[in-house]
Design a protein around this ligand. Structure first.
Ligand code: ATP
Ligand code: SF4
Ligand code: MG
Length: 384
């Protein structure tokens, strides 16, 4: 296995809850991220899935240094970057860029596309000398499949898919090694989602990028990811290669999420098992003792309230050869086929959510399709 370009260990972000106007007193904390461990290997895509509020965006913001962790370490090529500042931090930040969810609000409406994409050069002038910036921005527009002649246009003159391409071009400007994409296609039409995912895929090979790809859509995550981490209430509860997670899940929460993914094949749909979770997601201010999933888990036993399950290959599964041998934070982890015969890799554009809030694994609509469309280059315009 190639070496890890990014290692995350025990990463924590707690937002203090305070009371009082004059004498602010901390009365608790929102435990948005509460001990995340993961590795990102050079050149791979690590997908992160989980319900709304489980801490995905908070994790993303810490990875790109938009927020400082409360505790834990983020190591980039072996160096802990969590406490860096000044010039050393600036150098590292150049290599880890972010693509945001909402192409409507993440682009400044008063700036031209050229200024938006070229803005990182103001902070890192060494990345493109002044005289070459315009042509560099035009190159970037071309790379993401937009017409370089649109350099003087404003964001409102583009469609949602095109705006996300602008966001991606901006993310690429400093030639980073890692891109953290936080729900990069969630705000887009289903038909356009697949095009943007395919663009990210093509750019990864072209520029040897490593991705952390965050989404609540399990189908899209499978399409793009080499490995997938499942988050619940601020922690990764199961992680492995995409086939390990999707076809051989061992954590009850993953099994419940997968059971809610729409299955396009009517026969498979008939035989798939639906797991309906009961109970609400606990508040991140009041996380259950032991296993944090226990209040919704149908397998919970006394031990689950006492002992925190660690994210590791469960001891009783180390003797079972094959894909069940992957880290799963459950005392009683066991394989369960929720979708009969394993799933074919979806073609992208699916709409499978990660289950509804309120503790119910919801029935979603049918998986969408439409992987055609520009994957960058050639100056073609993304429809939509
Ligand atoms: N600045 C903040 N102050 C206090 N609480 C916060 C802050 N930012 C996030 N939170 C809380 O932390 C938890 C995790 O939020 P986060 O946005 O990381 O979740 P998410 O998984 O990205 O959700 P979504 O899928 O809806 O984007 C939520 O309970 C959220 O309300
Ligand atoms: S440790 Fe217990 S409560 Fe947690 S997922 Fe496993 S069986 Fe369920
Ligand atoms: Mg989010």
């Amino acid at each position: 296995m190639a070496e890890a370009i990014l290692e995350v260990r025990g990463l924590v972000k707690h937002y203090p809850l305070t009371k009082g106007i004059l004498f602010r007193k901390q009365i608790g904390a929102v435990k948005a991220v509460d001990g995340v461990d993961l590795d990102l290997t050079a050149g791979e895509t690590l997908g992160i899935v989980g319900e709304s509020g489980c801490g995905k965006s908070t994790l993303a913001r810490m990875l790109v240094h938009l927020e400082r962790p409360t505790a834990g370490a983020i190591r980039y090529k072996g160096e802990d970057i969590t406490r860096l500042s000044g010039r050393a931090l600036k150098a590292v930040r150049r290599n880890i860029q972010m693509v945001f969810q909402d192409p409507y609000t993440s682009l400044n409406p008063r700036m031209t596309v050229g200024d938006i994409i070229g803005e990182p050069f103001e902070i890192h002038p060494e990345a493109a000398p002044k005289g070459s910036r315009r042509s560099r921005v035009q190159e970037l527009l071309d790379v993401v499949g937009l017409n370089p002649e649109y350099i003087n246009r404003y964001p409102h003159q583009f469609s949602g898919g095109q705006r996300q391409r602008i966001g991606i071009a901006r993310g690429l400007a400093l030639q980073p090694e890692i891109i953290v994409a936080d729900e990069p296609v969630s705000a887009l039409d289903v038909s356009v989602q697949a095009q943007v995912v395919n663009l990210l895929d093509a750019l990864q090979s072209e520029f040897s990028l490593s991705y952390v790809f965050i989404a609540h859509d399990l189908s899209i995550v499978r399409h793009i990811s080499d490995r997938v981490g499942v988050m619940y209430l601020g922690r990764v509860v199961e992680i492995g290669k995409d086939a390990e997670i999707y076809d051989h899940p061992t954590h009850p929460y993953t099994q419940a999420l997968l059971s809610a993914v729409p299955v396009p094949d009517p026969e498979a749909r008939e035989h798939r098992e639906r797991i309906i979770l009961t109970g609400d997601v606990p508040s991140p201010t009041d996380i259950p003792s032991g296993c944090r999933f226990r209040t919704r888990c149908w397998k919970a036993q006394e031990r689950c309230a006492q002992e925190v399950p660690l994210l590791a290959v469960p001891a009783h599964l180390t003797v079972v050869p094959g894909p069940v041998q992957h880290p799963s934070a459950c005392h009683f982890a066991e394989e369960r086929h929720v979708v009969p015969g394993g799933q074919e890799e979806p073609t992208g554009g699916g709409t499978g959510g990660t289950g509804a809030s309120g503790g119910q694994a919801a029935e979603g609509g049918d998986s969408g399709d439409g992987t055609e469309g520009g994957t960058g280059g050639g100056g073609g315009l993304a429809p939509g």
